[in-house]
Design a protein around this ligand. Structure first.
Ligand SMILES: [Cu+2]
Length: 146
C-alpha cells in the first residue's frame, strides 16, 4: 500500500471512530442546602454537567457566552436532576432562582478561558444583573484564567 493511501485510510478511520471515542466527560454539581458544590466547574467543549438534588432548586443561565445557548428555564424547577451539554467555549454564569437571595449561584467555564473572556463576562454581569442576582459577579471574578 502506498503511503498516501495508508494515510487516507488512517484519516478515514479516525473520522469514523473519534465521535465514539468517549472523550466527553460528565461532571456532577450537587445542590447542597443553598449552595452549588462545586460552585465553579471547568470542563471542555462537548462535556456534560449534571445537577443533582434539584428538587427545590433550579439552575438558569443569566450570563451566557456570546453566540452560545444557555441552560435552564426561568421560573421553572427541573425536578430531581437535569443536565446540560455545553459545546461552545466560554463562561456560563447561572443562578438558583428560588435561592438567589442566599447567593446560590454557579459558573461553568468551558474550554480555555482567557482574561479577556473573563473580563467580558464580569462586565456583562455588572451591566445587566440587578438586585440579588448581582451575587453572581463575585463568583465570576473567581474564575481562573490561563
Ligand atoms: Cu436553590
Amino acid at each position: 500500500m502506498k503511503l498516501t493511501k495508508i494515510i487516507a485510510v488512517v484519516l478515514t478511520a479516525s473520522a469514523i471512530l473519534l465521535p465514539y471515542a468517549g472523550f466527553a466527560a460528565e461532571v456532577i454539581v450537587n445542590a447542597e442546602v443553598r449552595m452549588f458544590k462545586p460552585d465553579i466547574v471547568y470542563i471542555q467543549p462537548g462535556d456534560t454537567v449534571q445537577w443533582t438534588n434539584m428538587t427545590s432548586h433550579n439552575a438558569v443561565t443569566y450570563i451566557v457566552q456570546e453566540g452560545a445557548t444557555g441552560f435552564g428555564e426561568k421560573g421553572q424547577l427541573p425536578g430531581g436532576s437535569f443536565s446540560a451539554t455545553l459545546e461552545k467555549e466560554g463562561i456560563y454564569g447561572y443562578v438558583c432562582e428560588p435561592h438567589i437571595g442566599f447567593g446560590m449561584v454557579g459558573v461553568i467555564a468551558v474550554g480555555n478561558i482567557t482574561a479577556e473572556m473573563k473580563d467580558a463576562a464580569v462586565k456583562t454581569a455588572e451591566e445587566t444583573l440587578v438586585g440579588p442576582f448581582r451575587r453572581l459577579i463575585g463568583t465570576l471574578k473567581k474564575v481562573e484564567v490561563k
